[in-house]
Design a protein around this ligand. Structure first.
Ligand SMILES: CC(C)(COP(=O)(O)OP(=O)(O)OC[C@H]1O[C@@H](n2cnc3c(N)ncnc32)[C@H](O)[C@@H]1OP(=O)(O)O)[C@@H](O)C(=O)NCCC(=O)NCCS
Length: 403
């Protein structure tokens, strides 16, 4: 397999827009095309070199306003030739890592040498839905539903409720979740002050057209709130019947896109490209829908085992802050009752803040946590990192990288 080692050669994301913020009118496919172009531009690779593009998203209704095949449309907008191969993938918040996993497998198997993974969502552009409108209603009220309201699955409990209840069962209090949320904002601003969120690494600028005058470059995540305190968060009401989850210890409903280019190591060498990281494993998991807050833990165990490493080898851990409950519950499960281990694990987790501060454009985030870990490992001069995310009725996706 040595010959089929898979390396990341380029990875980029847009800044994350908040609900109703600077990116609110962007179609997710257009943002997808922007990150695809920038990801290739940075390394001087032409679209014709990319043998397959797997394109992840979660908010189907938003993309569905334009197309049933967002991957195909975004790649064509990005200047790919008509012969290019693309696939749209939806595994909810896991989607962009699922997209990576497909390309990773194809390169590992020796079938192809170059694959791209993309994630793109504009949650705030999801339309209200009028299911009765097509055939009319003989008698009674017409209903208009909001797919963003409760953000879950009507046949199941709201995700915020499941996550909050399971957190309490695992001994993770509302107070701890609020403290984790404050940590997310503080670490984000610390990273920002240290120049870790400058354009050119994970971040690219997006030009936003204005009603009048020239376009304005959107260069910074919009959701982080400096000066967030536990006292402020403690006053917020819980949402959707959750015992602990609030607007303060959850991310918002965001907009953003991510893109990553990977190759066989031999292809990267042949093209004279410097690998940013090597992918050691890419895994998928799932469990009972109610246990969504726990799934990052077994996902990390599986990804680390598959990489032939130990959890202790990981110098960085990214666990997506779908809510604060996810990193708190999952690190607790990984520590298995050892309080010192728990402290060590949490100290290595989301060291530059997470989705609570940064925002969580659901279908794009899995690649965001991957590149956040990768660029941080590079700043440190190397090491192993693991990233895990939960999504859609307790599915999981995880990756181990080496820099
Ligand atoms: C939680 C949610 C419903 C809130 O939506 P919203 O009401 O539009 O959110 P807002 O940003 O207006 O925040 C609500 C309130 O909390 C306050 N708040 C939020 N974050 C805060 C912070 N860090 N510090 C202080 N106050 C904060 C806001 O100021 C606002 O207060 P106000 O009503 O007095 O103005 C929405 O963001 C959501 O659904 N998030 C979850 C997304 C999700 O589930 N993702 C996937 C996970 S699987």
């Amino acid at each position: 397999m040595e010959n089929h080692e898979v390396v990341i050669v380029s990875a980029v994301r847009t800044p994350i827009g908040k609900f109703g913020g600077a990116l609110k009118d962007f179609r997710s496919i257009d943002l997808g095309a922007l990150v695809i172009k920038e990801c290739l531009r940075r390394v001087g690779v032409g679209p014709e070199e990319v043998e397959e593009v797997n394109y992840g998203l979660s908010v189907l209704l938003e993309a569905g306003l334009e197309t049933d095949i967002p991957g195909r449309q975004a790649t064509l907008f990005a200047g790919f030739p008509p012969e290019s191969i693309s696939l749209t993938v939806n595994r909810a918040c896991c989607s962009s890592l699922s997209a990576l996993r497909l390309g990773y497998r194809a390169i590992r198997s020796g079938e192809i040498d170059v694959a791209m993974a993309v994630g793109s969502d504009n949650m705030g552009r999801a339309p209200h839905v009028a299911p009765d409108a097509r055939w009319g209603k003989r008698l009674g009220h017409m209903t208009l539903t909001d797919p963003l309201f409760a953000l879950g699955y009507p046949d199941f409990a709201p995700v915020a409720r499941d996550a909050g209840e399971v957190a309490v069962e695992q001994g993770v209090s509302r107070q701890e979740q609020d403290e984790w949320a404050v940590r997310s904002h503080e670490l984000y601003f610390q990273a920002h002050r240290q120049g870790k969120l400058a354009l050119g690494e994970e971040l690219m600028a997006v030009d936003v057209l204005q009603k009048k005058g020239p376009a304005v470059a959107f260069v910074q995540d919009e959701s982080p709130r400096e000066g967030t305190t536990v006292e402020q968060l403690g006053k917020l009401p819980t949402i959707y019947g959750s015992p602990t989850v609030t607007a303060g210890n959850a991310p918002g409903l965001c907009t953003g896109s991510t893109c990553l280019l990977m190759m066989s190591a031999k292809k990267a060498k042949a093209m004279g490209l410097t690998p940013l990281a090597t992918i050691l494993s890419s895994v998928a998991t799932a469990t009972d829908a109610r246990l969504i807050a726990t799934i990052p833990a077994p996902t990390i165990v599986k990804a680390v085992e598959k990489a032939g490493r130990k959890l202790e080898d990981m110098s960085l851990i990214e666990i997506n802050e779908a809510f604060a409950a996810m990193p708190l519950v999952s690190t607790k499960l990984l520590a298995a009752g050892d309080s010192r281990r728990l402290e060590e694990l949490r100290a290595k987790t989301n060291v530059n803040g997470g989705s609570i501060a940064m925002g969580h454009p659901v279908g794009a985030t899995a690649l965001r946590i991957t590149m956040t870990a990768m660029y941080q490992l590079r700043r440190r001069g190397g090491g192993y990192g693991v990233a895990a995310i939960c999504g859609g009725l307790a599915q999981g996706e995880g990756i181990v990288i080496k820099v």
